[in-house]
Design a protein around this ligand. Structure first.
Ligand code: GSH
Length: 277
């Protein structure tokens, strides 16, 4: 039996749950409440020393990092296969994983934080905030978190988030336009599953069209994704109604600012001329 440490609306937990659902697996969910700092409980840190969700225990051993959890699941339960056998396609699949791990994950934290969690943190006591900041062991991550807490969408990290999403949707449109139906072609793969929660979060915040209004192939992929039973089981069903309400309520509050940032990024891209030495 798989033990899965999760927090309801966490994007990286959604990714692993969609993968498990796609494979028809059963798992025992164990809730780690991030708002109560349970990710830093000594017993949990023994399972995931990074103090984040998700983590998985399988055959008595802990596996961490959602991308690695999904790959592990595909190795152990290869039906249906979500990592292509073909080495080229496999490398392409991992490019999508890198896009998420090296940009979109940080990006969605910044966008979600400036839309919703910033408000929640503002309403906590100075002592609670101090504990929250202190608990983040990694100095770069702590600076990012503090910057977005203090500056909201004016934080440079939000601009980087917007730019990373811009790059990702441009790449998706290129991969899907005239191809598809999935990112690597005919078959659903971890490339699609990696992207799903990161697109879904923008959708639930009411912000997806800020990036995708002029990306018809991405829109078609998104409609197809929403109808997938594994997407419904791994992402839609586990969400609590108040989480859906919170996203719908707070997302529109930063819409205008994000639109301006997207326009800035698009203009900079249009003028960008790399100069060879
Ligand atoms: N690279 C990690 C990222 C994990 C991560 O950042 N998880 C977030 C939830 S999506 C978390 O646990 N945050 C807790 C915190 O920041 O204290 C993965 O993909 O598993």
């Amino acid at each position: 039996m798989i033990k899965f440490y999760q927090f309801g609306n966490s994007v990286c937990c959604q990714k692993a749950r969609i993968t498990m659902s796609e494979k028809g697996l059963q798992w025992e969910p164990i809730e780690v409440n991030l708002f109560r700092n349970e990710q830093y409980a000594p017993d949990y840190l023994k399972i995931n020393p990074k103090g984040v969700v998700p983590a998985m225990i399988h055959d008595g051993r802990a596996i961490i990092e959602s991308t690695l959890i999904c790959e592990y699941l595909d190795d152990v339960y290869p039906n249906p296969l979500l990592i292509p056998k073909d080495p080229y396609l496999r490398s392409q699949m991992r490019l999508w994983s890198k896009l998420v791990d090296e940009g979109l994950h940080e990006g969605i934290s910044e966008i979600s934080f400036s839309a919703m969690f910033r408000e929640r943190l503002r309403n906590s006591t100075p002592e609670e905030r101090e504990v929250r900041f202190r608990n983040i062991g990694d100095p770069r991550r702590r600076d990012r978190f503090k910057s977005t807490y203090e500056l909201g969408t004016q934080s440079p990290f939000v601009l980087y988030a917007v730019a990373n999403y811009y790059k990702a949707f441009k790449a998706m449109e290129k991969a899907l336009d005239g191809h598809g139906p999935w990112l690597l072609g005919d078959s659903l793969s971890l490339a699609d599953i990696n992207m799903m929660p990161y697109v879904a979060r923008l959708h639930y915040l009411g912000l997806l069209d800020v990036w995708t209004a002029d990306r018809p192939a991405v829109q078609t992929w998104w409609r197809r994704t929403q109808a997938l039973p594994s997407f419904i089981a791994g992402l839609v069903t586990p969400m609590k109604p108040q989480e859906v309400e919170e996203m719908a309520k707070h997302g529109p509050g930063i819409r205008g600012e994000l639109q301006e940032l997207v326009a800035q990024v698009a203009a900079a891209q249009a003028q960008f001329q790399p100069v060879a030495a």
